[in-house]
Design a protein around this ligand. Structure first.
Ligand SMILES: [Zn+2]
Length: 276
């Protein structure tokens, strides 16, 4: 992550491949490269800050021409998907084109649920639609009615529905993004196939001497408060890529070159999604 010393002046005229090499770490015994204390949004923010500091030199400052070898070009591609139908459910047949030009599933399920059965509502990141989705916690499977949108609208307006709630779930799974403008956040999430990891540090102190154990956990995994006589003392997120800084810089360049003047979107839904 950019430190306070990383002023626009310091990173101006610095190749992105060099900058990434400086702030990241090569994987031991592998080809991967990772960034400590980073998740997808903070990585995208760093790229935005670097490109703002270098806006007048783009697109020539992503990596040196000599670094763009044929092997590197072959390896680094935008992570497009192109399914023949909805990847969530074969029976979904309705489609639409979203604001980025992606073909997405427009199937919508409508449920009628007694209000008291709704225990909670949360927003979770959904990989298939690449955005946050509202998830309801219901104490019993809701009975599904195949309602048309017209019937749904007429039902919801009736007073008799006061003790019942209507829940609409839009699928929005991405079917094809060929030819679409892919947001950088979406690209990083797709390439970051290992998923965000959490590096947790446990510490014990005996006779005034600290002893540390460092372990990695998958995102979403619960980290125990203590392990082998050591207590949890800190944790940080890790963002990993399957290849090195030149490749990552090329990937960012491919994102940038989707649109003239670098106007390709940074984030899906316009703003960063808080919890990666
Ligand atoms: Zn669908």
């Amino acid at each position: 992550m950019l430190s306070s010393a990383d002023t626009p002046e310091r990173i101006r005229e610095m190749y992105l491949s060099d900058y990434l090499a400086e702030i990241g770490t090569p994987e031991i015994g592998g080809n991967g490269f990772y960034f400590n204390n980073h998740e997808v949004n903070s990585f995208v923010r760093d790229i935005e800050r670097w490109s703002l500091a270098n806006i007048e030199y783009l697109p020539d400052l992503f990596l040196r021409q000599s670094e763009e070898t044929d092997a590197l070009k072959m390896r680094v591609q935008l992570p497009n998907i192109d399914y023949s139908g909805c990847p969530r459910e074969d029976s979904h047949k309705d489609i639409r084109v979203d604001e980025y030009g992606r073909v997405v599933c427009s199937h919508c399920n409508h449920y009628i649920v007694p209000t008291e059965q709704i225990l909670g509502r949360s927003e979770e990141y959904d990989k298939l639609s690449a955005k946050k989705r509202v998830v309801y916690k219901i104490d019993e499977s809701p009975s599904e009615f195949s309602l048309s949108t017209e019937v749904y609208k007429s039902l919801i307006s009736k007073a008799s529905m006061a003790e019942k709630s209507m829940i609409s779930e839009r699928c929005d799974a991405i079917i094809s993004d060929l030819g679409a403008r892919l947001p950088l956040e979406y690209i990083v999430r797709k390439v970051n196939t290992s998923g965000n990891k959490i590096k947790a540090t446990f510490r014990s102190k005996e006779n005034g001497v600290s002893d540390y154990i460092t372990l990695e956990y998958g995102a979403g995994k619960e980290i125990p408060p203590s392990i082998a006589g050591h207590n949890l003392s800190g944790k940080q997120e890790i963002l990993s890529f399957p290849y090195g800084p030149k490749h990552i810089a090329k990937l960012v360049k491919l994102w940038y070159m989707q649109e003239p003047e670098g106007s390709a979107p940074a984030y899906s839904q316009g703003t960063p999604y808080g919890s990666t």
